[in-house]
Design a protein around this ligand. Structure first.
Ligand code: NI
Ligand code: MN
Length: 226
């Protein structure tokens, strides 16, 4: 059983198993570098939203209405999605696992804000660990580096999707520290080069300091298979 992770650009990922297709933070329309259009996304079983900012909520409402996907986020964002016509939501908060049809999800802390696009408070910002087909994928959301990533690493992370663009989140040098804390099977940098404000030089990830870790710097619309 394999799990395919496709980077749709920015913090947006498509995660596919034999049976299920999940999106995380599907910001496509209005995204200057996205290649996938939300109309062409196909069947989606679940959408996970890490926090309320527009570049993460993105096209969630349209995709959920069209596909009937279950939306998973903090309870405040789930309430807002329901008020905006999304029928299937499941609120969680940072803590333990919940078992969904496709696998297990736990929300994790993140150091960041979470205001929704219309100004509604969106609860606290989160990251997420998704367990699907026995593989554990950590999407950090938008966050600064924090030492409790060590505790997330204790779960055994096969792939870590980590922001690298600085200004709003960790930068590439922080990814080296995050990698030491998380000890994941591989790391895919995200949330960089979408706009000039988060242009990143990822060359530090190829330095000898990072030789203990596997950084997968992938192109938009490319995939990694676990
Ligand atoms: Ni954000
Ligand atoms: Mn963001």
């Amino acid at each position: 059983m394999t799990v395919k992770i496709t980077w749709l650009s920015h913090a947006a990922f498509l995660i596919e198993s034999d049976k299920y297709r999940l999106l995380i933070d599907p910001f496509l329309r209005g995204n200057p570098v996205a290649e996938m259009h939300p109309e062409n996304i196909g069947k989606i079983d679940g959408i996970i939203i890490t926090h309320g900012h527009g570049d993460h909520v993105g096209d969630t409402i349209d995709i959920a209405r069209k596909t009937g996907a279950l939306c998973i986020s903090n309870v405040e964002i789930c309430s807002w999605l329901r008020r905006n016509g999304v029928l299937k939501t499941h609120g969680q908060q940072p803590g333990g696992w919940f078992t969904h049809p496709f696998g297990r999800v736990r929300l994790t802390p993140a150091i960041h804000g979470s205001q929704l696009p219309d100004g509604t408070p969106g609860g606290i910002a989160t990251g997420v660990v998704v367990e699907i087909e026995g593989k554990r994928i950590y999407h950090a959301g938008d966050t600064a580096l924090f030492s409790d990533m060590k505790l997330i690493g204790n779960l055994g992370i096969d792939a870590a999707l980590l922001p690298a663009g600085s200004n709003f989140t960790m930068d590439a040098e922080d990814l080296l520290f995050a990698a030491d804390l998380l000890q994941p099977g591989l790391i895919i940098p995200m949330h960089y080069d979408t706009w000039d404000l988060i242009k990143a030089d990822l060359s530090v990830l190829g330095s000898k300091n990072s030789s203990n870790h596997r950084f997968e710097i992938i192109q938009i619309s490319s995939s990694v298979t676990l």
